[in-house]
Design a protein around this ligand. Structure first.
Ligand SMILES: Nc1ncnc2c1ncn2[C@@H]1O[C@H](COP(=O)(O)OP(=O)(O)OP(=O)(O)O)[C@@H](O)[C@H]1O
Length: 439
């Protein structure tokens, strides 16, 4: 069910339909993704399904908003081609139908935009600009409506740091052209919908975001772990910096359950033929759904795909029963009735929605622990983070992790030290420049 937007969210939506490009930014939980969903709904009402494209960098972020990855939209299945070579390929006669799909797009919607590398944002902008009439080629994205959402003070694109040559999408010239001057605006959302203000978590996060964490904040967060053994919080999701650490925790927890194990093995259909494309397709399928998922009764799982308006990707629950290879009965936290989750099809498609590769797999993963990257964009009802068990060197990683929680009550933190809290200079610069623009 759609939420009722607050004043800032509604204003951002109205701006898009009055002809402005809009980038909504703001802290975790201020409602950027909900605003994005409202823009998509209204855009589809106005321009139809084909008139709106929803994009994100990672498969998991795209899944959360029922969108596509940038690379699949641009039909780049291999390598790191230049914007000119992407355009050249799209203009080939064999890609005529894909090109006409791009021509039909009137609204481009991008979630978690700061996680996109600058060069990929430039490529997307260039392709859309070249797909416009010659009179509109001087306009960003060829004059199409553009809406982007994300927080430059959360996780940046992979490999993008303050000293790297590559920058995040929001530090590019094409971003500035799209969302400033007379074409658009960067809009800061001021609501806070994930964390209530009552128990102090919101204040702690506000300070952490700008590198102003106090010793008292660190002590408050570390005091949430208490003296209980972590095994007593079976419904808490542990967040880890790296896949390998999340997998190790899940394996340990699975071993502690006495129930019979069931392995869901994926079934792949690959429709591309070139060996490099096949390799790339397999790597992308792996990001959408695991090769094999081992489950048993009592396991904590996360849904990796939105099944209905009130059962969204990121929902956590406990396995009640397994129908091997077919379905899993899950009791999702906060729902009275268990849900049967069936094996689903995960596809990599080209710009015209033609399937390049398909993986059939159960849309569930063991979720005693997940990575912060996978959790980005999610609200996680109960979060546990042991900072002493993995490395937390990435900028903004600690903030991105802790901000998944809804309150101090629903958070367990251990081993947090000042050096774990890193902000990102380019993110700080983004907000400072915005303030200067706003006067
Ligand atoms: N206007 C609203 N009224 C009620 N709930 C809302 C509203 N806007 C957002 N929410 C809820 O608040 C939570 C956080 O919202 P959302 O995911 O849109 O925030 P976000 O800014 O995208 O967060 P993040 O930066 O972590 O991705 C979600 O559970 C969402 O449904």
């Amino acid at each position: 069910m759609a939420v009722t937007l607050d004043g800032h969210q509604s204003r951002a939506v109205s701006m898009v339909f009055s002809g402005m490009n809009v980038a909504v930014v703001g802290p975790a939980g201020c409602g950027k993704s909900e605003t994005l969903k409202a823009v998509v709904r209204r855009g589809k009402d106005k321009w139809g399904e084909k008139g709106v494209v929803v994009l994100a960098w990672s498969g998991s972020a795209a899944n959360l908003v029922e969108g596509r990855t940038l690379a699949s939209f641009l039909t780049v299945t291999v390598g790191d081609p230049s914007k000119e070579s992407i355009l050249k390929r799209l203009l080939e006669p064999r890609n005529r139908v894909i090109w006409s799909g791009i021509l039909a797009v009137r609204l481009i919607v991008i979630d978690e935009a700061p996680t996109i590398e600058g060069r990929w944002f430039d490529r997307l902008e260039y392709v859309f600009r070249m797909a416009a009439s010659v009179f509109n080629q001087c306009l960003p994205f060829g004059g199409r409506a553009v809406f982007a959402a994300g927080d430059p003070l959360q996780l940046a694109a992979y490999g993008v740091t303050d000293t790297s040559v590559e920058v995040s999408a929001c530090a590019t010239r094409s971003w500035a052209d799209t969302f400033s001057y007379s074409y658009g605006e960067s809009v800061r959302l001021a609501g806070q919908h994930r964390q209530g203000s009552s128990d102090g978590l919101r204040g702690i996060l506000d300070r952490m975001r700008f590198g102003k964490t106090t010793d008292a904040d660190i002590a408050t967060l570390n005091s949430t772990w208490g003296s209980q053994a972590e095994e007593t919080w079976m419904d808490f999701t542990h967040l880890r910096a790296r896949n390998i650490d999340a997998a190790a925790h899940n394996a340990r927890m699975l071993d502690s359950l006495p129930a019979e194990r069931f392995v869901f093995k994926c079934a792949d259909t690959i429709k591309v033929v070139h060996p490099e494309q096949v390799k790339d397709a397999r790597a992308k399928l792996e990001k959408l759904a695991a090769t094999s998922v081992t489950l048993c009764q009592g396991a904590t799982v996360v849904l990796t795909r939105t099944l209905s308006a009130d059962l969204v990707a990121g929902s956590h629950g406990k396995v009640l029963a397994v129908n091997p290879g077919v379905s899993v009965l899950v009791s999702f936290f906060g729902r009275l009735t268990p849900v049967t989750v069936e094996v689903q099809s995960f596809c990599i498609k080209d710009a015209l929605e033609r399937t390049l590769a398909e993986r059939r797999q159960i849309p569930l993963l063991l979720a005693w622990a997940i990575t912060v990257s996978r959790a980005q964009g999610m609200t996680v009802q109960r979060v546990a983070i042991d900072f002493s068990c993995t490395s937390w060197t990435l900028d903004c990683l600690s903030y991105s992790a802790i901000s998944r929680a809804v309150s101090l009550d629903c958070l367990r933190v251990k081993g947090l030290r000042r050096e774990h809290i890193r902000t990102c200079a380019s993110g700080l610069r983004y907000y400072r420049d915005m303030e200067e623009e706003e006067g």
